[in-house]
Design a protein around this ligand. Structure first.
Ligand SMILES: [Zn+2]
Length: 282
């Protein structure tokens, strides 16, 4: 199945759908033949994320009560939405609907994905249709996983002080604070370097003054993950795998704010081919 996912422009507003909205949109998929046949309405399928004009629809599902229901020309699913005033069609809208109505399929695909295109933050994740484009790719093999030190992981301050880790946490708090201010201050130059990274990540090792090694994850857009590794075991694993695979070892974040970075190895014969040409539409 080759789908036709078209990432939204940055100007596209990401819809935040209520429970009722999601149901209203789901009802919109049914009995559409009289509206859609021969029309030039913009349509999209929230099963595969494809966008197309209504006249591309050739298969319809017979309904007992009412007009036929459109089937997606790309995946054959009865999950075709069309552009309305209340719910302007966008890839972000399709992404949100997919995550709601095909939740278990989404979670299953997410769990085994070894490739995802680059994205920065949650809105971008939806606009780029990453939910449809992440995949278990034969080009990348999963060899491990490390955990990052996200804020969400830290619930017990005393535990941190006990472990002598409180200082590191404070540093991260400072980073997050400055990022939040930049977001608010629209006039200021956004700090591209520290935007939320996502997708495939290059791994760069830095030997610090004390002789210890710190690792940096940098995505295809040049954004650096601003969180350190979670534990000693993760440092050892990363060290070991880097020795073994060198620059073929890459990190992978398939979801925004995920604390787990998958470690994948790019197969040599594919190394010359770019993983994807993305981000240029924005
Ligand atoms: Zn489809």
């Amino acid at each position: 199945m080759t789908c036709h996912v078209v990432p939204d422009e940055v100007s596209v507003k990401v819809p935040y759908l209520s429970y009722e909205d999601k149901h209203a949109l789901n009802r919109l998929t049914a009995y559409g033949r009289s509206t859609l046949e021969w029309s030039s309405l913009r349509c999209g399928c929230f099963h595969c994320g494809s966008s197309f004009v209504a006249s591309k629809i050739t298969d319809w599902m017979r309904e007992e009560e009412g007009a036929d229901t459109a089937l997606c020309p790309y995946c054959g699913c009865d999950a075709v939405l069309y552009d309305t005033k209340e719910f302007p069609l966008s890839t972000a809208l399709l992404s949100s609907m997919y995550m709601e109505w095909f939740k278990s399929e989404y979670q299953e695909r997410e769990a085994v994905a070894t490739y995802a295109p680059p994205f920065s933050g949650y809105d971008d994740y939806l606009r780029q249709g990453i939910v449809f484009r992440m995949e278990r790719s034969p080009r990348y093999e999963l060899v491990g996983e490390v955990e990052l030190w996200l804020m969400d992981n830290i619930s017990d301050w005393d535990w941190l002080v006990d472990k002598g880790l409180a200082e590191l946490y404070s540093d991260n708090m400072a980073d997050t604070g400055s990022y939040a201010e930049e977001e608010k201050n629209q006039k200021g130059e956004p700090d591209e370097k520290n935007k939320d990274a996502g997708g495939l990540l290059r791994i760069v090792a830095h030997v610090e003054n004390g002789g210890s090694t710190e690792y940096e994850f940098i995505d295809e857009l040049g954004h650096v993950l601003s969180y350190p590794l979670w534990g000693e075991k993760d440092y050892c694993l990363l060290h070991e795998l880097l020795e073994k695979y060198g620059s073929h070892l890459m990190g992978l974040l398939v979801e925004p704010f995920d604390s787990k970075v998958r470690l994948v190895v790019k197969h040599e014969e594919e190394a010359a081919a770019p993983a994807a040409v993305l981000g240029e539409t924005r």
